[in-house]
Design a protein around this ligand. Structure first.
Ligand code: C5P
Length: 417
């Protein structure tokens, strides 16, 4: 399998992580570590108060880069805040105390963090953390509004236990949320900016009675990887999903459904504003003909269940594509156990898809519940492209490259991937 430890949107990105003096500074260690592991170049700036909570050495050991702790710190012989501010993809402040937020809003520059922020042109992402009274104080709110109006992004604060032991709003967002928001900010002008991507995901549940349903082994992992990747490429993303074993990614609109009929209705509701539709759901082909009002009691002898056909969502969307012009791009998945390519080709044509990704769900490391997928791409121009065994994240990223090119009017042949 091709290893893929890096996150595409973070790889090689220059991120300044400003750490201020709040108890949540210890969580900034996790943020720095995860960003560095994902391939970002992380330069940490610490206020004096932050150094009371965490040692600079912790950050430099995790990022492999020097940490600026005073205004006159040198990096490569240059004054660090001047050098750093020049090229920065993201300026993240986590935790952002009320004091630092006030300085940033007013343009003060008396520590390495505020001085670099003032000199930098990169997008600012703030993860505020403070006691409830400080957060709710109108002066803090005014400073936040001023920063947001000037283009700053924010994540949190959340409700929860604060440093004082009290419960309330003011707790810093958790590191995974901060990283997800950082990805969203970094991807905002990506190749799918301004494009609405709708994804169907998960296995539909077709009720038999109030406690039982017919379903399948789909976990929704592929759909979530697709949603994350589309978001990182700058798209607006909606995911129409049945109950899942994985959570919906940050910054993605969740449209929960249960049955194929509900999934169909939700997909058609979104259709007038859908640019790209990706059908990653394992839609049950059949549903019980009747749903019992009460739990079905066991009796001696067998129980026969009559099943009726469910709507083919992509098939119906495909049938009206020519009239409505929506979606501009439509992608399906085919889970097969035999005659992979021949079966996939029939689906590509009958559902009027642009592209179908076919995988052999009986092969090891591919299909339901696995972390990886081995897919072959077939497009409507007759191109066939087998991909190696890849993580689902990498499959999603490669598909988004194809979708972005398709939006620009190019086919698989141009992809060379
Ligand atoms: O026909 P089959 O189920 O193999 O087709 C798979 C593709 O069609 C997937 O993209 C799936 O999400 C979509 N599909 C659908 N509605 C169905 C069945 C499949 O949208 N009822």
């Amino acid at each position: 399998m091709e290893s893929h430890p890096h996150v595409r949107v973070l790889r090689g990105k220059k991120i300044i992580l400003g750490v201020t003096g709040g108890i949540a500074a210890y969580k900034a260690v996790t943020v720095a570590s995860r960003l560095a592991q994902a391939g970002a170049l992380v330069d940490v700036l610490m206020t004096e108060a932050a150094q009371k909570f965490v040692a600079p050495l912790t950050f430099s050991a995790l990022t492999g880069r020097s940490v600026a702790t005073d205004l006159w710190s040198l990096g490569n012989g240059q004054i660090m805040h001047v050098a750093l501010a020049r090229e920065v993809d993201l300026f993240l402040v986590a935790p952002a105390t009320a004091n630092t937020i006030a300085k940033l809003a007013l343009g003060l520059a008396d520590d390495p963090l505020s001085a670099t922020a003032l000199a930098s042109r990169g997008p600012l992402l703030l993860a505020p953390a403070m006691e409830t009274g400080m957060w709710l104080n109108p002066i803090t709110q005014q400073h936040m509004q001023a920063l947001i109006q000037r283009g700053a992004f924010t994540v949190g604060p959340m409700e929860g236990r604060l440093a004082s032991g009290a419960m309330g709003i003011g707790r810093m967002a958790e590191p995974p949320q901060i990283i997800e928001m950082a990805r969203k900010v970094l991807g905002r002008n990506g190749p799918l900016a301004g494009v609405h991507v709708v994804i169907t995901a998960g296995g539909t549940q077709e009720p038999l009675d109030p406690v039982r349903f017919v379903s399948n082994r789909s976990t929704g992992k592929m759909g979530m990887a697709l949603a994350t990747s589309a978001r990182d490429f700058g798209a607006e993303v909606s995911i129409v999903h049945s109950p899942l074993q994985v959570s919906v990614p940050f910054g993605v609109a969740s449209v929960p459904v249960r049955t194929a009929a509900e999934m169909r209705a939700a997909t058609f509701d979104l259709l007038p504003r859908t640019d790209v539709l990706i059908g990653a759901a394992a839609v049950a082909d059949y549903r019980p003909a009747t749903v019992a009002d009460q739990k079905i009691k066991k009796k001696s002898g067998n129980l026969d269940i009559e099943l009726v056909r469910n709507p083919d969502i992509l098939g119906e969307v495909g049938a009206q594509r020519q009239q409505s012009g929506r979606p501009r791009v439509m992608v399906g998945f085919a889970a097969e156990t035999e005659d992979l390519l021949a079966n996939a080709k029939v689906k590509l044509e009958s559902k009027r898809l642009d592209l179908i990704l076919v995988n052999d769900v009986s092969a090891p490391h591919s299909g339901f519940g696995t972390e990886t997928n081995q897919v072959t791409l077939l497009d409507k121009w007759g191109d066939v492209l087998p991909w190696p065994l890849l993580s689902k994240d990498e499959v999603a990223d490669r598909l988004m490259v194809w979708v972005a090119r398709r939006i620009q009017g190019k086919g698989l042949a141009d992809l060379g991937a």
